[in-house]
Design a protein around this ligand. Structure first.
Ligand SMILES: Nc1ncnc2c1ncn2[C@@H]1O[C@H](COP(=O)(O)OP(=O)(O)OP(=O)(O)O)[C@@H](O)[C@H]1O
Ligand SMILES: [Mg+2]
Length: 201
């Protein structure tokens, strides 16, 4: 099917740096990369939602899911970053911070301390984006982790600003993306209200 009449493709050419670790040899433009990642992620979603996982709340599972989502596109899929970015914790703290995050989530699930399942899933999502464990793909990974946790808790997945429509509005609609990023930033400042409103909108 042609997407000629949909939104214009992002014809930005990828730099050599952008292409570091890229597996498919034919990819030149941003829109081609986006399409390859989206196809990979769709397969991963089927894989992830279609089976029982012994324990989602482990470093091993987080890496495995990242690899499922990006392993057809990026050589570094499933491996924690080894350099600093202008976002995220210092890279040498990633394993410790990931462990703390999963311990906290497990504790919240065990205790009846007033946090709803939606709140726990949204906190998990936020902590993953905050730690930023991987060189890229953290936002989409965090959103899928939250949805998987919700599935395990027998709750419907979040809608992530998509409303009644299909697809990932955060990627396709700049206004939705802006609302999402503002909500994540508010959560960085410990205000979770915008994020809680966003995830089921
Ligand atoms: N100040 C910020 N600006 C943009 N994103 C931020 C910011 N703070 C946290 N984030 C989070 O980081 C994510 C982007 O990180 P990364 O590029 O690794 O993820 P991605 O999966 O490639 O992106 P996307 O979320 O667009 O699908 C955002 O989705 C958001 O969740
Ligand atoms: Mg990215």
């Amino acid at each position: 099917m042609s997407d000629l009449f949909d939104t214009p493709p992002d014809s930005t050419e990828l730099s050599e740096e952008d292409k570091e670790g890229l597996i498919p040899g034919h990819i030149t433009f941003r829109h081609e990369l986006n399409a390859a990642e989206q196809a990979n992620i769709l397969d991963a979603r089927v894989w992830a939602l279609g089976r029982k996982h012994k324990n989602l709340l482990t470093e091993a599972f987080l890496k495995k899911l990242h690899k499922q989502m990006y392993g057809q596109v990026w050589k570094w899929a499933g491996q924690f970053r080894r350099k600093e970015l202008n976002i995220g914790v210092p890279y040498h703290q990633i394993p410790t911070e990931v462990k703390k995050m999963f311990d906290d989530v497990a504790y919240w699930l065990e205790q009846d301390n007033g946090l709803t399942h939606d709140e726990i899933a949204a906190q998990l999502h936020h902590r993953i984006t905050y730690i930023h464990p991987f060189p890229n793909g953290n936002g989409r990974l965090a959103r899928m982790m939250a949805d998987l946790l919700l599935e395990q808790l027998k709750c419907p997945p979040f809608t992530w600003g998509t409303g009644d429509h299909q697809g990932d509005a955060i990627l396709s609609d700049p206004a939705v993306r802006e609302r999402y990023v503002q909500a994540v930033k508010a959560a960085d400042g410990k205000n979770f209200e915008p994020l809680m409103g966003f995830v089921r909108s």
